[in-house]
Design a protein around this ligand. Sequence first.
Ligand SMILES: [Zn+2]
Length: 222
Amino acid sequence: MKLREGLYAYPWESMTENNCNAYLIDGPVRTLIDPGHAHLLHHLEAKMAQDGFTFEDVQLAVATHPHPDHCEGLLALQKLGVKTTMHVDADAFIRSFSDQWRQMTGQEMPAFHMDFHLKEGTLELGTEKLKVLETPGHAPGSVCLLWEGQGVLFPGDVVFAQSIGRVDLPGGDAAQLMESLERLMGLDVDLLCPGHGPWIEGRGAVKENFYFIRQAIFGMGR
Ligand SMILES: [Zn+2]
């Protein structure tokens, strides 16, 4: 579904199964953000086809953080020739978890080998630029991506409409999440595209959402 010029959103709509929202930037380097679970990729593929895209049209797939409902699909995309990336701490977190998994089950987790790692700074996508913000708290190596000049923020699971990401999963940290939220509040955002649930359009609505969270979840004044 086209959100605005050069931006497509693929919201997860099933009530019975968990997966994330995926977003496609149709720019000089066509970039897919958070492809989601591997076994649910066919949903995304079908929705993208309605907009005239195939997975082979994607040049870069980015995971905002190392939870399987966001990053697992990277592996299948990589096999199709798509470049893949996530933060180095996110990659390390998956590796440490795969050790646990091996000890528990004797089986290997699928190995992730990112083509490159994200870090704080600017990710150049031809003429377009994504500002990479390190925003841990929900998960190690969690990043938010700000599409420069567009005011579009992809926060992964750091912030949602009237809610925030969980901090009770391995590697979660409430104090870090709060710091990450404070960082995001200072950005000029016109469209917030979270990893789950509805997106928020308009600078005023995005600011209101941060104020609501500060007040309702952290009990802080405006
Ligand atoms: Zn998550």
